[in-house]
Ligand binder design. Structure first.
Ligand code: SF4
Length: 201
């Protein structure tokens, strides 16, 4: 057995990014929590930070109409955490109104909003509800290249999917079972962990 924190912690802390990655490829989360793997920070990840700063500056000058809201308060770079779920994460932006909250995530990606983005936003929604005690009926993804703002309804199906993914990740980590690789093998080409997946090449 590997002597890592994941094995001696009975309650494995997870992040919204873990859930996004789990929906993308389960093995990525497995490597990050179970194996003592070093991986390099890619150009794409570094660029993400620069994009966040640029979008934040632009967002501060805009109104709330495009969110379908009359008014609200913008909170940038908000940390949220759920003790109940053992989950944490940092939101790019949280819009707080009198009766609800709306997480917003800036994505520097082509190809629209994907399932793993919806899962990540739902994880933020669950944590926000636990922290601020206000409902989160929807979240938004701002697609930086196309400047599109996409609304995601945070429904029961997505909520259940996130809860079951949390349990599933912990189950794999506890048992040290290697998950199956993603069936979308195009994702493997630029993956930081491709050297560890020698069974798929
Ligand atoms: S190489 Fe492919 S299967 Fe392996 S972790 Fe990366 S995306 Fe997943």
């Amino acid at each position: 057995m590997l002597d890592t924190a994941a094995h001696i912690e009975p309650w494995l802390p997870l992040t919204a990014t873990d859930l996004k990655q789990w929906a993308y490829c389960k093995r990525i989360v497995y490597y990050q929590h179970v194996m003592p793997v070093e991986f390099t920070r890619t150009y794409k990840m570094e660029r993400g930070k620069n994009v966040e700063a640029a979008v934040e500056a632009m967002e501060k000058r805009r109104g709330f109409r495009r969110y379908g809201l009359e008014r609200g308060e913008r909170r940038f770079g908000v940390w949220v955490k759920s003790e109940r779920l053992g989950l944490s994460g940092k939101l790019d932006l949280l819009i707080v109104t009198d009766d609800a909250c709306y997480p917003v995530d800036f994505k520097d990606t082509e190809g629209g909003v994907r399932r793993n983005h919806r899962i990540q936003l739902t994880a933020y929604a669950l944590m926000t509800e636990d922290n601020l005690r206000r409902p989160v009926p929807a979240a938004f993804v701002y697609l930086v290249p196309s400047k599109e703002l996409i609304r995601i309804e945070i429904g029961d199906d997505l909520r259940k999917e996130v809860i079951s993914a949390i349990d599933e990740i912990r189950g794999f980590v506890r048992s040290e079972r290697m998950p199956e690789p993603t069936p979308a093998r195009a994702r493997c080409v630029g993956c930081e962990f491709r050297n560890y997946c020698d069974d798929i090449w």
